[in-house]
Design a protein around this ligand. Sequence first.
Ligand code: BT5
Length: 307
Amino acid sequence: MDAGDVLQQLSDGGTVSGEELAEQYGVSRNAVWKHVEKLRDEGFEVESAGDGYRLDSIPDTGGLAVRYHLGDSELGGDVEYHEDVDSTNSVAAEAARDGAGHGYLVVAGRQTGGKGRRGREWESPEGGVWASCVLRPELSPREASVITLAASVAVARALEDVGVDAEIKWPNDVLVDDQKICGVLVELEADSESVHYAVVGLGLNANAHPDVEDATSVAEELGEDVDRARLTASVFRELEDLLDGSREDVLSEWRRRSGTLGREVRIETPDEVFWGTAADIDDTGALVVDTDDGERVVSAADCEHLR
Ligand code: BT5
């Protein structure tokens, strides 16, 4: 038994007898009380009512709070929480190398070495949702781009749910009025045939105010703070739903929520820069661009929306 088990038992809102909990799990009354104290230390309000306990409120951050909101979701079945960490992607990758299973989730209150793509920095002050999940998908490396697409769609869905109308910018950003609210970083460990594991990292400016240009946060959009634990759980539940579904559904929802398609774009690859109109994504997630020299297809690049 652990504090998570006690939390689960308290989750339907009624009063649960300490005696019965102890019996059910074959532990002492004192052990139950210690787990209740742990919940209180993490910010849960647990009322003692006679011989029993009742859950009165849930904190808006912390690993147990995320797990509470995840319910029976496979992603986040195990949650590791840090107040402070260099990068949740690095921690999750290390856990995966040590054997962590599908769904292992690392969440942090703040990152000191948050990573973007290509060695860029990701500002991660206190107040954001900085989270990385280990996936062990049955995908070839070529098919794995669906993870980035699904993660962006999952974020857009979760934002819509709290009242923020966001659109996706190819390949990995979620924007509100052309300001970045979230970035996705997927890192793969794969051979030529299969993906051993993927780490899907999400940096979502929930209540955080990063010191970068053209960024926004959920709190700025809504005019009030959001419950970060609830939002984190909501994103990963949506991601699980999308990854359980078909690739075609992910692609079509991505297209519908994308702000890139139809736009004039400037594309920068490691080798060149070109301009054109973003026409579509192909079934590997690569961007199809109409240019003066004909159609170009890019799979790894930066994309700037021009108008
Ligand atoms: C990304 O990179 O957008 C991927 C960001 C992924 C961050 C998450 S947080 C949890 C997990 N752990 C990590 O260490 N990383 C992941 P990219 O497309 O390269 O964009 C990086 C650029 O976005 C920077 O160069 C800045 O211009 C801008 N930027 C940095 N921090 C930002 C923030 N908090 N909000 C909006 N824009 C930001």
